[in-house]
Ligand binder design. Sequence first.
Ligand code: AG3
Length: 279
Amino acid sequence: MEAWFFENQTGNFGIKIRIKSILYHGKSDFQEISVYDTYEFGKMLVLDNAVMFTDGNEFIYHEMLSFIPLFAHKKPENILIIGGGDGGIIRECLKNNFVKHIDLVEIDGEVIEVSKKFFPQIASQIDNKKVSVKLEDGIKYLKTVNNIYDIIIIDSTDPVGPAEGLFTKDFYESAYNALKEDGMFVAQTESPFFNKKLIKDVNHIINNIYKISMMYYAMIPVYPSGLWSFTVGSKKYQPNKINEVYKNIDLSSLDLKYYSHEIHISSFILPKFIKELLN
Ligand code: AG3
């Protein structure tokens, strides 16, 4: 018999993925965690019935949420990741030797355990000695730090349940204070087709807090609508430009499958309906 995973993404629109088997299903203190084996894209992590990634295309989201701020900034040595317990962002950041330290603040330790077990290539660098893992609420953590990070990356779930507070003005202000004076903030900000109000609100807030605010996008076939947005707030550097210190860097040893310097620049060139959302 055929088995399908179904994510009901908006109430009126969803995504169906044919599965070979359910490899794991559990309930943590924060959410339901499931791992499926799919026909099309290999193993898939699902939190509260929302697809987080599949082995076959996680590279898109993880590269784009890491390399854009890393290569726009001049010297990103100290990085904070909020969420991201699967380790994908850590792996991408640590491909660059200039990154000296990463704090990962993940509320749900079980996501880390499940990822280490079922997605060893994604979780491969979580135990790297440059990484400190803090199992706590990112919202509370951010209130305790000031002027220490070069880049803050928000690798969250959708704005419901445990991640709801990661899309608020209060949270973005704490992030601003935790950044150094040339710091940069980037967050995944959902689908421009289905989360119009959220994108509008987030961009408005970031625009009021940071000197520079911008949005970019990537194609992610397993997320609602396949078109995914990321929002950057920057105190100094232009997010849509490659910092001159990296202009001649050789990317070929970094095992990149989506990001390139051309993509860096073009991902900020937005379709008209998205631009209109931001104005
Ligand atoms: N972060 C999840 C993006 C949201 C996907 N939403 C959805 N399927 N409804 C992914 C975490 C990967 N490190």
